[in-house]
Design a protein around this ligand. Structure first.
Ligand code: PLP
Length: 559
């Protein structure tokens, strides 16, 4: 069986719409483009939409409108398609890349660290169709030092949130539809996207008061057509020949004949095409959740709805080389798969500009284990099953893991209950030791049982326990409202306050023996970020990864 990666969806209704455009006597920007824009505005509650000839053009238009230029910085994810960064370079600004989270999207916590007085915009990208945490991102922009360099920037008073929604049409976040989640959102209608016009894109305006979105849409429309006061369609009417050029615009307009494809697709997108994608996504999820090696991509929760643009499977605990071998095996079975994305710092033009993949470990980890599987409405049930079977067999062929539902827990590691560091003997260690072992063990055991079936569920359980403070001896303090948001979403930078033992003068003194200063407390899997004289600040993201390892070990002895 041969299964292509992402052929365009073309049915009779699409052919007819295109034919009707071809026969109408007008094939470049005109009534079809207008209908496409109106359709998007109405379906996705977007105040104003301007179609253009690509997603890249849409990004460039938006940055140009905001006056982003030389000396400015724009925060973007390291893990995206190059167009996100190229648009910034074309504007004359510098892309400031930040690392990803576990969900492939840029990590909001890293955005906070990246903001400087030169930051003029942030481009969150809804990778694979999974919306970013827009509320969290806009929260980060309050009370920052912003240096406006024109009237528009002064009016907004903060960096522009330019959502790159190239993948996420039809997705949603906190009851807001994709297209309305940033100040400006950009869509791509490239050939492989959920909605295509072969090549095309749109700028969706949702700027806050006092901006006049409808006026801005008119301006951007003018800029897509050389800054000409009349579009060619109007000019072609009898007596309509006079025009002026009032701005050094671009040639970024979308032709009618292409808009016709997208328009016909949009008419059946919410009722047929998107539900079909969702069905396939769920089918993959159900099948792969039986395998310990499979890390499933993020899917709908109470906050977010995915557009299911990509199915980004990750294989646990493999190298990039093993991933490549698995892809070769899958391809050998006739299934075309892909990798989304090669992180930008691994591409020549960005390497030459000094970006280094070592600074983006999560992006690299996601990339090195990722395989995008075919997902599109035309896939039959039989084809989906064949894809699943091919992936499972290929993983087995490369990794030699048992193709069954039960995890193997290969990575066993010794977990000492004491260390020799304490000068005061074991008694002083016991409390801390107990904290981890007696507090955490029952959870880990329960967790381990769950782990046999489903890793994601197990992760949820342990994090719930940590967040609900059910790990005895741990206290969490949140210093800042933003930390609270972050803690709620990611639990990244919580603090563990040490109860000071009588024999130690302060936490620093005690923790010198209880924790390696800057390093990892291997035996407990605790990774310490910083120690002050009152508290130990823990890197919970990495600590969690380590906790998972301990859980695997425990699971092995438990089962
Ligand atoms: C995340 C992302 N941003 C922007 C673009 C650019 O879109 P286009 O190809 O329509 O210019 C793409 C296209 O693949 C993309 O994947």
């Amino acid at each position: 069986m041969n299964i292509p990666f992402s052929p365009p969806y073309i049915d009779k209704s699409i052919e007819e719409e295109v034919l009707s455009s071809l026969r109408s006597g007008w094939i470049t920007s005109g009534p079809q483009v207008k209908s496409l824009e109106k359709f998007l505005e109405k379906t996705y509650d977007i105040p104003n939409t301007v179609a253009c000839n690509s997603g890249t053009s849409a990004l460039m238009l938006a940055l140009h409108w905001f006056g982003v230029g030389n000396g400015d910085e724009v925060i973007i994810p390291a893990y995206t398609y190059a167009a996100t960064a190229l648009a910034v370079l074309h504007a004359g600004a510098t892309p400031f890349m930040v690392d990803s989270g576990d969900d492939f999207n840029l990590n909001p916590y890293k955005i906070r660290e990246a903001i400087t007085e030169r930051t003029k915009a942030i481009i969150p990208v809804d990778i694979g169709g999974w919306p970013c945490d827009y509320k969290l991102i806009s929260g980060l922009l309050k009370d920052i030092n912003f240096n406006p360099s024109n009237e528009i920037q002064k009016k907004l008073g903060r960096p522009l949130i330019l959502a790159d929604a190239s993948h996420s049409i039809g997705g949603a976040y906190q009851n807001g539809k994709v297209g309305t989640l940033g100040d400006i959102s950009v869509m791509s209608f490239h050939a492989v996207k959920n909605i295509t016009t072969a090549e095309g894109g749109a700028v969706c305006l949702n700027l806050p008061e006092p901006f006049n979105n409808s006026e801005i849409a008119k301006t951007l429309k003018l800029w897509t057509l050389n800054g000409q006061t009349k579009d060619a369609f109007t000019k072609s009417k009898a007596g309509g020949w006079k025009y002026d050029i009032v701005y050094p615009g671009f040639k970024m307009n979308l032709p009618d004949v292409l808009a016709a494809i997208g328009l016909a697709q949009l008419r059946i997108y919410e009722s047929e095409l998107l539900p079909k994608r969702r069905e396939i996504f769920k089918c993959y999820n159900e099948a792969f959740s039986n395998y310990e090696w499979a890390q499933l991509p993020p899917f709908d929760n109470k906050e977010k709805k995915s557009s299911c643009h990509l199915y980004q499977l990750r294989i646990r605990d493999i190298s990039e080389d093993q991933r490549d071998k698995i892809i070769d095996k899958i391809s050998g079975k006739g299934v075309a798969v892909n990798v989304h994305f090669i992180p930008l710092p691994m591409l020549t033009i960005f390497k030459e500009r000094g970006y280094d993949i070592k600074d983006y470990p999560v992006a690299y980890d996601n990339y090195s284990r990722e395989i995008s599987l075919p997902i599109y409405p035309q896939l039959s049930e039989e084809q989906v099953e064949y894809v699943i079977e091919s992936v499972v067999k290929s993983v087995d062929e490369v990794l030699g893991r048992k193709v069954g539902g039960v995890p193997s827990f290969r990575r066993v590691r010794e977990v000492p209950t004491h260390t020799s560091l304490s000068p005061k003997g074991d008694a002083h260690r016991t409390r801390v030791t107990n904290t981890m072992h007696f507090g955490a063990d029952p959870i880990l055991f329960k967790f381990a049982r769950e782990l046999r079936l489903n890793h994601t569920k197990a992760e949820e359980i342990i994090w719930e326990r940590i967040k609900n403070r059910q790990l005895s001896g741990f206290k969490f303090r949140r210093q800042h409202p933003i930390d609270k948001y972050i803690a709620d979403f990611y639990c990244h930078d919580l603090r563990m306050v040490i109860e000071i033992d009588g024999d130690y003068h302060n936490a620093e003194d005690q923790s010198k023996y209880d924790f390696n200063r800057d390093g990892e407390m291997e035996e407990y899997g605790i990774i310490v970020k910083r120690i002050t004289n009152k508290e130990v600040i823990i890197d919970f993201e990495n600590t969690f990864k380590a906790l998972k390892d301990i859980a695997s070990e425990r699971a092995e002895s438990f089962l």
